[in-house]
Design a protein around this ligand. Structure first.
Ligand code: FMN
Length: 133
């Protein structure tokens, strides 16, 4: 089983937030078919996402995500083989809709230990912004 954590920023130039609802609908539809689970943290401007599942499915999904022009500055923070899913059951959970995200936040914080400080600081802020959302 493979797990990838990456960070990116919205590519919109008009200052408006990304259409997160559309991204989530598309993701949940595809991920349910592909056996992929994970979480997407976003404030509409920054994205922090974990995808996990079978290696081939995750690689194909990440290739599509990386080619998506709705976001840019994509940085892979962690890419690893795992025994089991950390974010199982959710085809793609959204941080503000997820009552159990405290547990998930801790897991992502641990995964973020591999990130450079430049990436870590702004995105840890995104993870902990949940209370305010
Ligand atoms: C921030 C972000 C996260 C995304 N997450 C996923 C995802 O988890 N799964 C997925 O299939 N597509 C995801 N997408 C959409 C893909 O980039 C791509 O548009 C989609 O997979 C294409 O699906 P289609 O071939 O069915 O049209 C995401 C896009 C963005 C911008």
């Amino acid at each position: 089983m493979k797990q990838i954590l990456y960070a990116s920023v919205s590519a919109r130039a008009d200052g408006q937030p990304a259409d997160v609802i559309a991204i989530l609908e598309e993701s949940r539809h595809n991920n349910a078919l592909d056996g992929i689970t994970g979480l997407l943290w976003t404030d509409g401007y920054r994205f922090l996402q974990v995808i996990e599942g079978g290696e081939e499915a995750v690689d194909a999904c990440y290739a599509r995500i990386c080619a998506d022009t709705r976001h840019r500055a994509i940085v892979t923070i962690a890419e690893r083989t795992v025994e089991r899913r950390a974010f199982g059951y959710w085809a793609m959970a959204h941080k503000t809709a997820d009552a159990l995200s405290d547990v998930h936040d801790q897991r992502v914080r641990r995964m973020m230990e591999h990130a450079t400080e430049e990436i870590r600081a702004p995105f840890l802020e995104l993870v902990s912004a949940r209370e305010a959302a």
